[in-house]
Design a protein around this ligand. Sequence first.
Ligand code: PEP
Ligand code: MG
Length: 754
Amino acid sequence: MLDTLRRIIQEVNRAPDLSRALEVIVARLKQAMAVDVCSVYLVDSDAQQYVMMATDGYHPSVVGQVRLEFGQGLVGEVVRREEPLNLDNASDHPSYIFSRQIDEEIYHGFLGVPIIQHRMVLGVLVVRQRERRRFAEEEETFLFTLGAQLAGAISHAEANGDIDRLLRESDEARYALKGASGTPGAAVGRAHVVYPQANLEAIPDHPVEDVEAEIASFHAAVAAVERDMRIISARMVDTLSSEEIALFDALILMLRSETLVDSTVEGIRAGNWAPGALRKTIDEHVSAFEKMDDLYLRERAGDVRDLGRRIIEHLQSSHPTAHAYVPGTILVGEEVSASQLAEVPANMLVAVVSARGSSASHVAILARALGIPAVMGIDDLPVNRLEGQELVVDGYQARLFVRPSEAVRREFQRLQREEAELSDELQELAALPAETPDGTVIPLYANTGLLADISASLRCGAEGVGLYRTEVPFLIRDRFPGEEEQRRTYRQVLEAFAPAPVTVRTLDIGGDKMLPYFPVHEDNPFLGWRGIRISLDHPEIFLAQVRAILRANIGLNNLQLLLPMVSNVTEVDSALGLIHRAHHELCDEEEGGEMPRVGVMIEVPSTVYQIPALAQRVDFFSIGTNDLTQYLMAVDRNNAQVAALYDTLHPAVLRAIHQVVREAHAAARPVSVCGEMAGDPAAALLLLAMGVDSLSMSAASLLRVKWAIRTFPLTKIHQLFEEIQELEDGASVRALLHRSLDEAGLGGLIRAGR
Ligand code: PEP
Ligand code: MG
């Protein structure tokens, strides 16, 4: 059974489109289960119907014609129950309805299973038997497993517009894709696809200008790989068995095989660039191998993929990666990284779209800092078909429109205009304090990382920098920056804001912020070597950074130092020891300046319970709600699959923050919040009610938060907080906050609030 299942799935995955995939399924299933009919019904939500999309057994003319209203028939029963329905005589069931189109009455045995993806029923797989037949439990689970696998293929096809095309027989090639989460804003632009080095599947198609030169560089790459393989094989003769060495020879033969070279060259001649043409060839080879009966030959599919990657690596070194960016660029990728984003000039970039990640991912945070929308977690993003396509990015509702219709484009251009108008109105608040109508003032600081967002922060009246993420300048280089290079970067930020305070956080790499030149491979990077842990294990990196920061502060004295990812007081002791050492060394060289105030990020739950001990060691606290939420709730901030569970307004998160503020104040230490939560106008009000001393957020959020603070009297906010403390889940907290904002005439903030 397992083998049959695997083969059907492989064949389905290779099908060029959904209708072919469904045909394969019904034909193979009918045969494997020895039934008289096998059909697939898909849900057409617009028409509110179930439509038979493929059949083997009934007359082919009924495909697309047999339609049941929602809730009707046995298919409707399977959808309602979201479970298999196994009947030895279908017509005995109360939901049975007779259909003349398919001559229903001759069939007795019925087994239907739902096809479910992300809690949604997409369709129903049905097998029928003329005789009475109660299907065995293994048959039920077999069909069920296939249904689950099919769900992926269907939603993928849905993403590609196939379903719409099939259902409506229209070839309009536009479609909207849904992401798991987004960051506020709307943008219209063109896709530029980025992909990690040597990730075959993600390579986009790309038109080629000089075909002959492209073919030549492809041949050169193949020759280079052959050379590499010979060198490796020669080096391995003493360590590998002759059988294993023979494998290398087989790979070299494969490299020379005409099919691999010729079909790629053909692809290039047809107008695709070499990496795209090679991806297609490798795909074809891989599926040919996967189809083979012999296990040994099937496993060669992996070797072909490996060969492909090797050729790509060589091709990439001959294709300069530097890209000429154009205005209106929308960065698109399987997993867009912070460094890929940082590479694009800020004035060219209008949005980010990533198949993986969530709105709490660092790349989304950077997008927010630049004031551009991001849509994260579109698992069916057809990355390699998007290069150069026109896109509309709707960050509010986490939607992406590919090749939008004129109406959609116009609608989003209008939204963009409204946004700009609101920003103009808000701009008048820049010079005013963040003061509630009843006189409570709270400083609003900016989060920065890119030098590009300094001017935006100043423009919107940031009263300093509450979080300068120093890893960002590290991310956009191809090596560790030297001490003097670092000093110059930090100096620019300190100078731009002086005498206002600038909180510089020491390096927080690890997690989803990997330096390309300092790779770390871990199973659980967010629970691994990250932030202060790396700094303490590499005092040479930490000391150089601290010296650079202290030297940048000379004569300005507006620096505060912040330590990330602290989980223990001993880490603070060690870090303070190194900071004092760096300061003394500089004082000896007469470059010391003043010793800055030092603070700790509260973002690992263990620190929530250690405030008194930490308060004895440091001068202030800054709550990192992004990580605190992730660690408190065990929800990976980067995982689109669980993005709906990631909630900074969860009562547990609110209680943790409240406790930190109370205990820090008891020890006379101020508390700031620098996670994304501080930039959500509704959440910012709650933080104010809890007594947080300052808020730090991306420049794009600052004026909205100020507007909310200047509208709500503190007494009202306190009342609201009282009510909220009684609530038991994040959704209710959000609903109550949004209702209050709406009533206060701040509805415009809600749309952009999450
Ligand atoms: C946080 O965790 O809330 C934070 C501000 O740090 P980062 O987002 O850089 O991890
Ligand atoms: Mg953090």
